[in-house]
Write a protein that binds this ligand. Structure first.
Ligand code: SF4
Ligand code: F3S
Ligand code: FES
Length: 247
């Protein structure tokens, strides 16, 4: 048995419930013993179970897959379920992700924002062919399938949105998450849209020309997606379409 004494964690949480009349933002501090392998998600459950059942935060998968538990962790967007307390100083500050609709405390409505984005960018396969569900799937080169899969790993957690300075200034900016989606469909041979169609969707300052290469998105993306190189490539392609349009 280990003789190590557990660290005391001080977890400060920005609390506010916009649905409670008269509620005002405040910081509550909870002190708890750190357990081996403890994640912030476990710590938050501990707090809810033993100290304050009214604490609001989201989770589904506990495995970095659903994207629900994103929040500001010491001022940086990240996933609570993938953050080990042992990697941090014992005093921790948690706040909800900015820019998204606040449900209460650490819970925000990213789904609403992401749905709007997906509808706006039409993030589904566009095809002229009639869909025949009995037809065998078409073969795709493994390298291409891998490349598409890599971009499909986005879990819509919203960390890149919260970490992007451009969105603070330009509300309609689609963010790295949106540009990543366009890059993904552009690669897909089943999608019959061409670059002129994508230009209509992201060939402006709310799209690829709004990105100021601030790089926060790639820094905070918990899935480590190659956001920067995809945005740069997409921008080059959209510049070509823009030049051709003028000719
Ligand atoms: Fe989250 Fe990364 Fe997808 Fe942005 S691109 S929503 S940070 S997984
Ligand atoms: Fe924002 Fe990332 Fe561009 S942080 S400005 S989308 S490089
Ligand atoms: Fe699903 Fe954290 S609970 S990503």
């Amino acid at each position: 048995m280990s003789n190590e004494i557990a660290r005391k964690l001080k977890i400060n949480i920005l609390r506010f419930d916009p649905n409670v009349p008269g509620d005002r933002p405040r910081i509550d501090m909870f002190e708890l013993d750190e357990a081996p392998g403890m994640t912030l998600f476990i710590a938050l459950n501990d707090i809810r179970e033993h100290y304050d059942a009214s604490l609001k935060f989201d989770f589904v998968c506990r495995a970095g897959i659903c994207g629900s538990c994103s929040m500001l962790i010491n001022g940086r967007p990240g996933l609570a379920c993938r953050t080990l307390t042992s990697t941090m100083e014992p005093e921790i500050m948690l706040a909800p992700l900015p820019l998204f609709e606040l449900i209460g405390d650490l819970s925000v409505f990213t789904g609403n924002w992401m749905r709007g984005l997906n509808e706006r960018l039409e993030t589904w396969i566009h095809t002229q062919e009639e869909v025949d569900v009995d037809r065998l799937e078409e073969r795709m080169e493994p390298e291409l399938a891998e490349e598409i899969y890599e971009l499909d790993r986005c879990i819509e957690c919203g960390c890149c949105v919260a970490g992007c300075g451009t969105i603070q200034m330009r509300e309609e900016f689609v963010g790295a998450v949106g540009l990543n989606k366009i890059a993904r469909y552009r690669l897909d041979p089943r999608d019959t849209r061409d670059d002129a169609d994508y230009y209509e969707l992201v060939g402006d300052e709310d799209g690829v020309f709004g990105c100021m290469t601030l790089l926060g998105c790639e820094d905070v993306c918990p899935k480590e997606l190659p956001l920067q190189s995809k945005i740069a490539y997409l921008r080059r392609k959209m510049v070509e379409v823009g030049i051709n349009k003028k000719d």
